[in-house]
Ligand binder design. Structure first.
Ligand code: GDP
Ligand code: MG
Length: 380
């Protein structure tokens, strides 16, 4: 690595207290893991060059949200040509979908995505209408298979994700394999379509085929004002938040897979919570917990992206209490003794970084689910 390597991005921070949008130059020094911020409007230092090991270099790409000392900074532009030249090819993006036939294998597929070195920058679970499916697949309009395809794509939930990686478009198409799942089993048996698809229509996954279609398809799902396939929220559901430390470790797929073994996931999205949103969401714990613990919980929820899931009982019973059982005791240390198979016992590090948040009281299920799926905007 060249000495004194320095990257520069233009970043925005919406001050939740004043509503003012601040713009900073954000400098990152990868060798020393230091950050530095300059307030663009007032042309003065906002943060001196300071060691900050929590910033992951893999999060440095346009559109990303990075947390620096509790501030969520959105990277909106490259700050110099050097950064553009270095970073542009490192952060190609593509649109991936898990199709309705593979929805039940969402956890396994998300795990394969994380293990293959992709970063999931956006995620939304939705249901497409037949018209929306036709719009998504407009390039195939008039082809003999399109009616079957749009019936299939509107037959159940799909997971849409924006994936970021060097050469993401090609890399993802290689991971999913040939269009026809039978051909995939013959030619690329380890591919996702070979493992989770059936034939030429029911083929488990979608991947964009070129930079222009990737941009269009990402815009279809995540562009401003877009929200195709918004889900109906079911009664008796509960909220599970896969906390930022697990998402950052690429463990979200493993957790979702365990959830899918015994529950139905009926909605989902990836969120970058700011301090206001996290504190509002955790409000009920404010009086109950010591102030330091409350602040640590807020800090954890704002330290990076989290994945919110609406979780339902398969037979329509209330899911809050049974899901709390799967989540296990709040403190993973205790969980490892009392409930070793629980999610927190398996994935938690300590009482704050305990893997997942789940709704505690049956009457709060609807409130918490609504907070994420009707009030907050997902990452866009
Ligand atoms: P992809 O880019 O690999 O997904 O393939 P295409 O863009 O060519 O087609 C879009 C989707 O339409 C595929 O993923 C299949 O689900 C479906 N499809 C494509 N070709 C055929 C076909 O010849 N017959 C049928 N039944 N379905 C097809
Ligand atoms: Mg295609």
């Amino acid at each position: 690595m060249a000495a004194n390597l320095r990257y520069c991005f233009i970043s925005e921070w919406l001050d939740p207290a004043s509503g003012i949008l601040w713009k900073y130059q954000l400098f990152y020094y990868p060798e020393s893991k230091e950050v530095e911020m300059v307030d663009i409007k007032n042309r003065r230092h906002f943060l001196k060059r300071t060691k900050y090991e929590e910033l992951k270099p893999s999060l440095l790409f346009l559109g990303s949200v990075v947390t620096v000392f509790s501030r969520q900074l959105k990277l909106t532009e490259y700050g110099d040509e050097f950064t553009r030249n270095r970073m542009e090819s490192q952060s190609e993006r593509t649109l991936a979908m898990i199709k309705p036939d593979a929805y039940k294998n969402m956890g396994k597929i998300i795990n394969a995505i994380c293990q293959s070195g992709f970063l999931i920058s956006k995620l939304r679970i939705g249901k497409l209408s037949k018209e929306e499916a036709g719009e998504f697949y407009a390039v195939h309009a008039g082809k003999p298979f399109v009616d079957r395809l749009t019936d299939f794509m509107s037959s159940g939930r799909v997971v849409a994700m924006e994936l970021v990686a060097p050469g993401a478009i090609r890399k993802w198409r290689e991971l999913i394999g040939p269009t026809d799942s039978n051909q995939a089993r013959a030619e690329a048996p380890g591919s996702l379509r070979a493992q989770f698809g059936t034939d030429k229509t029911f083929n488990a996954c979608h991947g964009s085929d070129a930079p222009d279609t990737a941009a269009e398809e990402c815009n279809f799902w995540f562009g401003p004002g877009r929200y195709p396939g918004k889900c109906d929220l079911a009664a008796g559901t509960t909220l599970c938040l896969v906390k930022p430390h697990l998402v950052a470790d690429g463990a979200a797929g493993l957790v979702i897979d365990l959830i899918q073994e015994s529950f139905e996931v009926t909605a989902g999205g990836l969120y970058n919570l700011d301090r206001n949103a996290a504190a509002e969401f955790l409000e009920v714990y404010k009086g109950v917990l010591p102030a330091g613990d409350f602040n640590s919980m807020v800090e954890q929820l704002t330290s990076g992206a989290c994945i919110a899931l609406e979780v339902a009982d398969r037979d329509g019973a209330d899911a809050v209490e049974p899901f709390r059982q799967l989540a296990g005791p709040l403190d993973p240390e205790l969980g490892r003794v009392l409930r070793p198979a629980s999610l927190r016992a398996r994935f938690g590090l300590d009482a704050v970084r305990n893997g997942v948040h789940c709704t505690d009281l049956p009457e709060d299920g609807v409130l918490e689910v609504n907070y994420f799926f009707t009030i907050l905007p997902t990452a866009s």
